[in-house]
Design a protein around this ligand. Sequence first.
Ligand code: BGC
Length: 685
Amino acid sequence: MISEEEVELKVDFLLKELSLEEKFKLMIGYFRFQTNTIPRLGIKTFKMTDGPLGISRHSSFLRKNTYFPAGINLAASWNRKLAHECGEAIGREARAINRLCVLGPGININRTPYNGRTFEYYSEDPYLNKEIAIPFVKGIQSQKIAACPKHYVANNQETNRHTVSSEVDERTLHEIYLRSFKEIVEEADPWTIMTAYNHVNSEYVHGSSKLLNSTLFEKWGFAGFVMTDWWATRERGVTQPTTEEAVKAGLSIEMPIPILYEKAKLKKAFAEERISLEDIDNLIKRILRVYAKVGMFDDKVNLLKGERNTKRHQDLARKMSEEGIVLLKNENNLLPLDITKIQRIAVLGPNLKKKFGKFLSGGASAVKPPYEITPLQGLKEKCKGKIKILSDPSKADVVLLFMGLNHDSPSKIMSDKTTKSKEEHGYETEGMDRKEFGLNVSQIQLINETAKINPNTVVILINANPVSMDEWLSKIPALVEAWYPGMEGGRAITKVLFGDVNPSGKIPLTFPKRIEDSPAHKTTKTFPGENLKVHYEEGIYVGYRYHEKNNVEPLFPFGFGLSYTTFRFNKVSSDKNSLKSMKDSLELNVSVTNTGDKAGSEVIQVYSEDVKSSVDRPIKELVGFEKVYLEKGETKSVEVIVKSKDLAFYDMETKDWKVESGDFILHIGNSSDSIKLQKKITYKS
Ligand code: BGC
């Protein structure tokens, strides 16, 4: 591994050697996922690949690769270690095919349940978001592969994604939408960042000196390089920044083809002294530094080899799915199914046999795996010789309905004019948002009819966004949220249904009862926007922050998820009761007992309430969590770290994060709505 000092020496050397035209060449993409080479100086192509669910097929010369569960599934696991392992594994797969950058994680906030890309992202909550993203980035980069957190910033819908402006007030922008980017930069040092398609407050990010230079570079100290999203700079009837605006803002690479950075435009701007050599060198330095870090200038024999499609990666994909699955309802302990007692199960539903890992299915993040275990296959493996699998609910002990949403390639969906596809308001896909909150009519009918025939009907949802459950939830005794579970999903779901795995996932976003209850859906101004502006009128009150402040009862609260066992939160203590500076932190010790008759994991969640504040603040906000595994009857004292900086708000006077002196109550529980213990602490600066 080349040292920081060697990196800087190499960068200085190359900077002196490169001609101006060669520098211009380095500022643009080449052949969709690559950059240009300067062979005489050993500058090779920087190959990138789409993530964040694995190495996508379209950006890996049609290779098949390990298909990990969706980002939302990873967040639902509330497991930082798994996030690191997943990042590492994706880094290894990238290494194995000579890619040097993974275009992920996707860390945009889940603002609306209609967003076509919710599955790629993590959460409505910036704390959970960054806590999953930081280890994921570190994992990727541990393999000397550049991570690329995207899409910077306020890219929260697909409708008019290239032209829409997210109109967000400054405090909200920092507190909700920029926060995870900032934390990732400060704690994980990502080597690249991708800008968003949308404008922010009527300014394209790739031309925004405020969002790049002043915020990302100067305030947060980002040392990597910035690239555009693909074809983001194309003229689409909304004014693009000029070449010099993009250069001065800090955009290093325009992907995948030059528009703002066409050679002639750069040359002209330089000749007319609208950009200087120093401006260009600032961008090039950033690029070269990353090239050195990924080992571009190292001897090949010293590079990590990577691995792809190995059992260890496939096992990890299954483990991630198992840990992310959320048990949402389980009346009379219908689940887990007892293999010794059940003789016949009926299995139905549109997602029973569906494979989701298809070419461009869902958009750029699509991974095509060498195999994909569907729910039906998983069940067949488990039930072979023991339980009969049928399709007639009236003849079964239990019925499993595999419902939910769907993703296909955006172009395929748009070209499909049949009534069936119009009726199927279930697409979650890049490039388009959902149009309806409900499942499609045929699924609702199937649930209701089946539940009438057989009261032991379990619904398993395969999707990412919350859906309306008004019409059917009360009719069924059990509900499982399986997200998009990746290539081993069928096995993971089966293990949860039969109790080989005790579910421990918690929803990383609020499930509202009705779409009107979602703060982004008050008017067409707030979603999908009017006159190419979408107004974030809810401000900082996104997700549970809104529900709690306005007393709007959710269907399932943020952080909720059941288990096959029960837990008791006994008591809480801490190593200190007061925090003194923004850099300070304290350690809570939460004693938890597994009071049920099965081993299982619980997520201890800590929310802070600022007792008295000079500004309006949410009722409470997530500031810590830890997942703990307990054998039946076991008690453990679990350490949860709470950092001062996570108690802060963005102060409009100082334009900085601030914690005001005073009391905070830490609420400790197993969902945002189920608080078991409290602890008062003080912040005295
Ligand atoms: C997506 C990005 C993706 C890029 C390259 C864009 O359309 O928004 O997330 O990384 O394409 O495929």
